[in-house]
Design a protein around this ligand. Structure first.
Ligand SMILES: O=c1[nH]cnc2c1ncn2[C@@H]1O[C@H](CO)[C@@H](O)[C@H]1O
Length: 322
């Protein structure tokens, strides 16, 4: 599909994942962006299954023209003990539906190499929307010193800024998945917008919204209603909210239309060990500390603070029911 001028090119780094599936479909239904690739990562599922699910979702959407590049199977420190959130998304990552295996295959290039290639090809024009742990993005930063200047923006779903996490009171799942990678990304100097669960927990798709989705004949609405049960059940058990949090769709819409959120700026560091491993801490730079520390001269990133939640839910509903 040829892209019109002014359309933002995006690469979705993803661990599908039920809310990832929603975010991917949302991007495919958004005229403001052109999805130029998916890269895969562990998180909600292992990387091999994330790749399979990414290919499957593109087949459901009839968009097999979009390449899928497989990402890292290990953390950036070569850790093999991964925390996989199959209890949120089902063993298959997509609501235990036993979908047939996809026909397609990933391209013959790793996710970090694909990110670097596309950033070089369209300098300043590509947005990475990172919906899982940040290993692939950190590897791209390490492998190519010009990546941080060639990449347009990195919009990431991650962190719990001044609120409790969702893995434990300290940490949000994507940052907890690879805290070392997250710290590399936050301190890289790239143009970064972090959308944390302090924001996404304000965006709830209610049981009534789901019923409305179910009444739509749109292919995405029909497909999502099949896989959403597991995600709703998990939320009913784990939270007292009457509905599910729209983490990945909110980050996707923040990338598509930044006016849906407001943000603050400052340096972000990630705790990489101890009981607060995965904690994200924002330094607002309002005090000039005399002492030289790990915070001194760190670049500023954008951290989302408010969201127009009704507008986000409305867009999600409209575009997925279309
Ligand atoms: O309770 C949870 N534990 C682990 N992962 C979760 C939980 N809830 C949602 N997610 C997944 O992690 C990201 C947001 O942190 C989202 O991508 C969501 O799918």
């Amino acid at each position: 599909m040829a892209a019109a001028a002014g359309v933002k090119k995006i690469i979705i780094d993803t661990d599908p994942g039920i809310d990832d599936a929603m975010a991917i479909f949302l991007a495919l239904r958004s005229p403001e962006v052109e999805v130029i690739g998916l890269t895969t990562i562990y998180g909600n599922v292992y990387t091999t299954l994330a790749t399979r699910n990414a290919l499957h979702l593109l087949e459901v959407a009839d968009r097999t023209d979009i390449p899928v590049a497989e990402g890292s199977h290990l953390t950036i420190t070569k850790g093999t003990k991964l925390r996989i959130a199959d209890f949120v998304h089902g063993a298959d990552g997509l609501g235990n539906q036993n979908f047939p295996p996809p026909q397609g295959k990933p391209i013959d290039m790793s996710a970090p190499d694909f990110l670097i290639e596309q950033a070089n090809l369209y300098p300043g024009k590509v947005t990475v929307v990172a919906l899982g742990p940040l290993t692939n993005v950190a590897l791209a930063i390490q492998q190519d010193p010009s990546f941080i200047k060639n990449i347009g923006q990195i919009v990431l779903l991650g962190g719990a800024f001044a609120v409790n996490g969702n893995v434990n009171p300290a940490a949000e799942a994507n940052i907890f998945g690879d805290p070392d990678a997250a710290d590399i990304v936050f301190t890289s100097g790239a143009d970064i917008l972090a959308v944390g669960i302090n924001v996404t927990h304000q965006v709830v798709l209610t049981d009534a919204d789901r019923d409305k989705l179910a009444s739509s004949t749109g292919i995405f609405a029909q497909y999502l209603c099949k896989i959403l049960d597991v995600y709703f059940n998990y939320h009913h058990e784990a939270y007292s909210t009457k509905g599910v949090y729209l983490h990945d769709p909110t980050a996707m819409l923040a990338a598509i239309n930044p006016s849906l959120i407001t943000y603050t700026e400052g340096a972000v560091r990630v705790q990489t060990n101890g009981i607060t491993r995965g904690l994200t801490l924002l330094y607002n730079k309002q005090k000039r500390f005399a002492e030289i520390t790990e915070w001194t001269d760190q670049p500023s990133v954008k951290v989302a603070v408010t969201v127009d939640a009704p507008a986000v839910v409305k867009l999600v509903m409209e575009r997925l029911m279309d």
